[in-house]
Design a protein around this ligand. Sequence first.
Ligand SMILES: Nc1ncnc2c1ncn2[C@@H]1O[C@H](COP(=O)(O)OP(=O)(O)OP(=O)(O)O)[C@@H](O)[C@H]1O
Length: 640
Amino acid sequence: MESASTIGQGRIQLTDELAAILQWPQSTKAPRHLLIEALAGTGKTTALTALYDGLKRQGRQALALTFSRKGRRRFLGQYKTLFDASLNEQAAHALCNTFDEFAIRCLRVHSRVKRWEAGTLGRAIVDDDRPYLAMEQAVALINQHAQRHDMDPLPTDSESILALLELITNLKTSLTFTRAPFDAYNQEWADEFDRESIQLALQALKLPPWSFSLYQEYEKQRDAADFLCHGDAAYDLAQEPAAIRQYCQQQGIEYVLVDEFHDTKAVHFAILAEMAKAGCRLVAVGDRNQDIFEWRGATTFDAFEAYDQQLKQVGHLPLSITYRFGNPLAKTVKGVLERLRGNELSITPLRDSRTQFKQLSLKTQTPEDALISLISKGMSAGAAGKDFAILLPQPQMAFSLMVCLHRAKIGYRCDGITPLHLSREAGVLRAIVLLIDQKLQREYNHLDCMALLLLALSPRLKLSADDYRSLEALLSERALGERQIVYLPANLPLALEMLRARLAETGAPDESPSLRGWLQRFRIREWLGVMSPTQAAAQAMQVALGQLAAQIEREGSKAFLAELDELAKQFSKPNVGYASKVALTSVTHCKGNEWPYVILPASGHQSWAEHLLATASEQQKRELYVGLTRAQEGAWLLVP
Ligand SMILES: Nc1ncnc2c1ncn2[C@@H]1O[C@H](COP(=O)(O)OP(=O)(O)OP(=O)(O)O)[C@@H](O)[C@H]1O
């Protein structure tokens, strides 16, 4: 039942602040565009769904935009719960799009430089592997160049190809290469001076020297193959402003509602600015303290400043009560906010709501034991596994936690982080163990094949492209044009022989090298370090490798492989027992979500402790803020 001061099935309090937002469209004196900058849990998404509902009732045409499919699901979920439980799929598509979906719609109808064949667009963006193949081709071309100039080649395993695709997508999102000096660079006419100025610009942006060439090769492949995929669509649309205007006018879009505005990067803002020019009124909700996408080298972009300065006629309305959590957590969050540069907002927790906050200094307990004991106690008190989220600043920190959760028989699901058995760190160690432990008796499986193919890419093994292809053909099969690979474990003994012979040619090993000795011999840390997107990720990779190597030395290779296989088995049934599984997720993936209990754990000597120090970077402080503000009933921070 709805009372006078509630809306959304009586679940949402109609405060004065919310009422002001809902009245903004009718107010003739109101500025043309609206920005609602408010802290975590203050009901930004909720307000946007209520505004959409109000506009719809007045017969106004509005479109909501989000930055990810997850964000879209959250927006639609809240709208359905509060305002329209009967919303069907078709209506949902007209109501809310991701930026990419919107871009594809515009381009489909109004693009002048179509990059696809009619009819293939839908398939191309959903399950086609053309972007993957195009990147593979682009990397092969870069590597031919590297070989001629005696440089280290780029890795070509599937995880690395996907990582390179992500890097190029991020660079496109920041529009870095559409600006000087990159925009004027012409490969055919370039002289030594032009090439040098490109290298200097890349250095200044802390980008790898090959990144601009890789971008160019990828774009050429994309042109030749006529396709559009996620990440490409918004980029292409930003180059075709006329298509945006035509689409908005044709569809009669009057209002554009942008959720999680802090995720706006240059490419998205270019689209929004064009929508404003087409006559749309914009409403954006966001929290600048939640901007935690630290992209290597991508030029920084202040969306809030751009909104105010470029759109002009911008009104600001507040939301100041947080509905997600109360004191004492709110007091801790206040402390973090005070240390954040540029934050002028303060948090007002809901009266009568209490949210625990505990910082646990671990003296006698290991961080892993402390985590298990916290969750077990909570579960004995009646909480379900799904009520807990374990949030990690770096995904690799989750590896040792996965092992201990598994041993304690606590189910977990990974959201946005690679499970241990599929990680590169476990993969290279698995392969080294298989290579060096000749007495190991086991029935080989697909993970062994994947691991060997990964290690075979290590530059230290110096396998020629032909040798690698033979190894690949020995261990895997792929139907033409499909990404799904079938592995052939029966051929593993042969592959091991081939690699051992190769190893013998690359120099005699020490007397009896330890596992860490082998890691050094293969220069694994340096090799994986090159592929880490940030400094912090490279450090986390190093620590994770060290911890896993120590585990193997302590417990033996056989036990290590058996445990990885067990973890893989658990993952082959991802949907079983959802309610009993705790969520293991990274801080970048947890945004917009909330859980009753949130744990910011420690693992080995890695923890959130650095984020608490006065010396913490702005990025670390924002991550801590995002992590803490996901909790509804309790948050724990473990410090070893
Ligand atoms: N006016 C309100 N009255 C009661 N509950 C509310 C109100 N606004 C939001 N909530 C509840 O508060 C919680 C947080 O809301 P919401 O997700 O919209 O906040 P947010 O500001 O978008 O969060 P974040 O900054 O983390 O993305 C939700 O559970 C929502 O149902």
